[in-house]
Design a binder for this molecule. Structure first.
Ligand SMILES: Cc1cc2nc3c(=O)[nH]c(=O)nc-3n(C[C@H](O)[C@H](O)[C@H](O)COP(=O)(O)OP(=O)(O)OC[C@H]3O[C@@H](n4cnc5c(N)ncnc54)[C@H](O)[C@@H]3O)c2cc1C
Length: 402
């Protein structure tokens, strides 16, 4: 299989590079490359800049809904260039999760009302799926919605609702038929975060930030017009959404490549026995080993892209293979990066997004802040979007036929 980029792909990549050079603000790129999770201002700020080019803020959307209509390879190149330049991630719950659900299953009124705000970076979205007893076993969810005239009245609790404290809108899974078999009685609602009865309680996570929250719903009245698709059919839309979440982005090759670049930068500056760490045979061997494994994964991703995921061996379960392997390599890269950093890995670096505008003196070299935050955050990569064990189950069932 020939993975060489076509002349058209190269031209596209140059166009993206030129756009990034001219439009990505240096301060945004500096923070983005550090490893802390971007805040609302960074994500929506970048989304707004991208939306100056039609469709660029929503790379996976088809043209008819305001996307760029790119090929899978163009999307891959775009993501790679954005990461390499240090661009922050957009509000993916909007652009990659709920947006495609709305244009695929929502009605015309919902498309007109919600899609522009996602495209142009006006609205920030969060995802209310997981509950204390419904994570891997999501269909066990208990948050209920009872119809009362033109509204649903929602009561219950969600957990791990990322970035709910910044969100304008929430997409929420609720049980609308308690008598039906688990998957059959679930509905998919779009909820205005300003609705009375919603309480957001931040959770401080191990990377030092508060991007996770618990959310509570007490008699929250949601208009029936905010139901996506049909009542009790929400599980089908959820499977579609989770499939998108685990697709190619699961491998996160652009993220891993950025880690490799950073390991080289740190290991060139840090010294061991009076020489750059990069020249230490043991360290260089381990880095080379990682690079080979990353290259192998990238080849697998490119193979899937060339074969077009839907038709390749194993169907969409291949996304699970890429996610498991990608997550392992992300975590190993972060471990090696922290090791290269040596004693500075033990220093505490406050999240610059949570201390915007404050001039805090930081110990050590400029490449040190964010390394440990990134390492800590990446521990969660084998949990969110479906844990590694659940991906193994999918692979066993759908690819190995066990
Ligand atoms: C950083 C982060 C951000 C998140 N953001 C969001 C968000 O925005 N919105 C949202 O709704 N959720 C979010 N989540 C929640 C995430 O989807 C769940 O954590 C995940 O689905 C696992 O569920 P759980 O935590 O309840 O663990 P559990 O399902 O209780 O699993 C506990 C352990 O048991 C294992 N296990 C469970 N079932 C099986 C099985 N059948 N076979 C083998 N092993 C099994 C799991 O792999 C895991 O190791 C986020 C999680 C994290 C860590």
């Amino acid at each position: 299989m020939d993975f060489a980029l076509t002349a058209g792909d190269l031209e596209f990549r140059d166009e993206v590079r030129a756009f990034l050079r001219d439009n990505l603000p240096p301060e945004m790129a500096k923070l983005g490359a550090m490893g802390f999770q971007p805040d609302r201002e960074a994500s929506l700020g970048w989304q707004k800049i991208l939306s100056q080019r039609p469709g660029w803020s929503v790379p996976m959307w088809p043209k008819e809904h305001g996307g760029p209509g790119w090929t899978v390879m163009q999307r891959y190149l775009f993501e790679e260039e954005c990461f390499a330049a240090g661009a922050p991630t957009c509000n993916l719950q909007g652009t990659e999760l709920v947006g495609p659900v709305i244009y695929s299953f929502g009605n015309d009124e919902q498309k007109q009302r919600f899609l522009p705000g996602i495209r142009n970076g006006k609205d920030y979205w969060c995802q209310g799926f997981s509950e204390p007893n419904a994570g891997s076993d999501l269909a066990n969810l208990r948050t209920k919605a009872i119809r009362d005239g033109d509204h649903y009245v929602v009561n219950g609790q969600k957990i791990w609702t990322s970035q709910a404290q910044w969100a304008d809108w929430l997409f929420l899974l609720v049980r609308t038929d308690p008598e039906a078999q688990a998957q059959r009685g679930i509905s998919f609602l779009l909820v205005d975060m300003k609705t009375p009865g919603i309480t957001v309680r931040p959770i401080v996570s191990i990377d030092g930030s508060t991007h996770l929250t618990e959310t509570f719903y007490d008699d929250v009245r949601v208009p029936v017009t905010n139901l996506v698709g049909e009542e009790n059919k929400g599980w089908g839309y959820t499977k579609f959404l989770l499939g998108n979440e685990r697709a190619f982005s699961g491998a996160s090759i652009p993220t891993i490549k950025r880690y490799l670049q950073r390991i080289k930068r740190v290991a060139t500056a840090q010294e061991l026995d009076g020489k750059p760490l990069l020249q230490d045979a043991g360290f260089a061997y381990r880095l080379a080993q990682l690079e080979v494994e990353v290259l192998a994964l990238e080849m697998s991703v490119l193979r899937v892209i060339h074969e077009d995921s839907g038709t390749s061996t194993g169907g969409w379960a291949i996304g699970s293979v890429l996610k498991v392997r990608g997550t392992e390599l992300q975590q190993r890269c972060c471990d090696l990066l922290a090791e290269a950093l040596g004693t500075y890995a033990a220093a505490f670096y406050p999240d610059p997004y949570e201390h915007r505008g404050q001039n805090i003196a930081l110990p050590g070299p400029d490449y040190a802040p964010g390394v440990m935050a990134e390492l800590m955050y990446r521990r969660a990569a084998s949990i969110f979007g479906g844990s590694a064990e659940i991906q193994h189950n999918i692979i066993a069932k759908m690819i190995l036929g066990m």
